[in-house]
Design a protein around this ligand. Structure first.
Ligand code: ZN
Length: 235
């Protein structure tokens, strides 16, 4: 049976998760602010194929208390396999210097604890590269979720930062540039995402990407599951 992977979703801890676990090799749930971290930790402990990432989204940095970085460090240290996300930079939201400061703090903690990071970047690629280039130590792998950067940068990011790229419904609405990104993402770096509370969306996403790449859906789903296992093994 074909099994799918949702590399970026947002779920809450409910008795019944909103997807059929038998259809999924795994899902990665991201928190967007500190109030959601506990839920993510509880979910990942209780469910074998649910992986978690905690962080503060660039849209929500004004929700952070002064001790958020300490809590992040302690929670990650106490929870093996827990990742860092959703973090990043977004030019459509105010105060880029504070966004960059908070983003860099997350990256430093992830690097110290060797945790994978899940990045949201919209229109702030120069600042993104400057921040990544300034790190003394790199995280073991980076997932660029809903990748919207340049095609020529995909190879460099893969090689220099052990980067993976996930695409979901928004990317598939993006026309020729999105198609160019998907086609030019190395097969070994390609992942799918729902970026929602409905992982089943990934089934349709996988079908559409398979059409773009002229691959059988089951074969592509297998490649994506292998990619996800390889990425997770780095954390
Ligand atoms: Zn998200």
């Amino acid at each position: 049976m074909t099994r799918y992977f949702d590399a970026h979703c947002h779920l809450s801890d409910t008795p019944e998760l909103p997807f059929d676990p038998s259809k999924f090799a795994g899902v990665i749930c991201n928190a967007t602010n500190v109030s959601k971290w506990h839920d993510i930790v509880t979910m990942t402990r209780a469910r074998p194929n649910v992986f978690g990432a905690i962080g503060i989204h660039p849209w929500e940095i004004d929700t952070a208390n002064s001790d958020w970085a300490d809590i992040l460090y302690r929670t990650l240290a106490a929870t093996p396999g827990l990742m860092v996300g959703e973090i990043g930079l977004d030019k459509n939201y105010p105060d880029m210097p504070t966004q960059q400061h908070v983003f860099r703090q997350h990256l430093n903690i992830a690097s110290r604890l060797s945790r994978i990071v899940h990045i949201h970047c919209v229109g702030a690629w120069d600042c993104m590269f400057a921040t990544l280039n300034s790190l003394e130590k790199l995280p073991p792998a980076i997932l660029f979720h809903g990748y919207s950067g340049g095609v020529p940068q995909i190879k460099m990011l893969s090689e220099r930062y052990n980067a993976y790229f996930s695409y979901g419904p928004r990317a598939l609405r993006g026309g020729v540039r999105s198609v160019a990104r998907i086609i030019n993402t190395p097969r070994s770096r390609l992942l799918t995402e729902s970026d929602s509370c409905t992982p089943d969306i990934v089934i349709d996403v996988t079908n559409k990407i398979a059409d773009i790449l002229n691959l059988d859906t089951g074969h592509l789903a297998d490649i994506i599951c292998q990619n996800s296992q390889r990425m997770l093994a780095n954390g």
